[in-house]
Design a protein around this ligand. Sequence first.
Ligand code: ADP
Ligand code: MG
Length: 234
Amino acid sequence: EEEAIIRSEKLSVAGQMAAGIAHEIRNPLTSLKGFTQFLKTKVSDHHDYLDIMLTELDRINTIVQEFMALAKPQIKQFSHYNLIPIMENVITLLETQAIMNDVEMKKDFVCEDPMVYCDENQLKQVFINLMKNAIEAMPGGGDLSIVLSTDQSGMLSIRIKDQGMGIPKEQLEQLGSPFYSTKSSGTGLGLMICQRIIEAHHGTIRFESTKGSGTTVTVELPRAGYGTGSSPTA
Ligand code: ADP
Ligand code: MG
């Protein structure tokens, strides 16, 4: 018991240091990006190299940002929220990206009393990550359906279904491992963040996929006012 406590304290010191380092990387990164952009306006050739440098700098920035979101102890603000406006907001945020990728978002929010006890911003982060993945899985466009439903089980389910390339069976179990990504510009941190947040909400996240025809991600969250009402942790 005591051993476990000490170990988790050590882990949090390491986590704090890592978050500190990530934070320190951001300032020199901003200056590197600024000077690279400046160089581009000053030199007339090698713009292809400078563009690669800018893309790679953006990539480092994304990794650092996502890493900080993981390592930083977030202040949790739990309250009772209706999930429908949360989902509407996420859809609005992703509308431009969807249109640019020929993706049509189809929502079905006909659902009674979709109340959850949650941290609104963290849940938004989960659905942004999942829907971004869905859009990125359909480079040639397609439908992205988002379905909210409740039943008598006391759980609320959110299904995010794409018509993308799918995930091979042997890769399904890798999902959520840190830095696991099949994308050239991916960080492989998105799903890890999602899993952590959903766990802290006493929910579950499940992936079903058929290679070539698409992926369905199902998130289940406890409905506020149902069951034992154990309080969220972490
Ligand atoms: P990233 O998006 O940066 O690659 P994620 O953690 O969000 O990292 O996702 C990890 C990997 O899981 C992706 O690189 C991709 O291979 C796979 N993946 C996640 N969602 C989907 C999806 N909807 N369709 C196909 N593959 C997916
Ligand atoms: Mg992602």
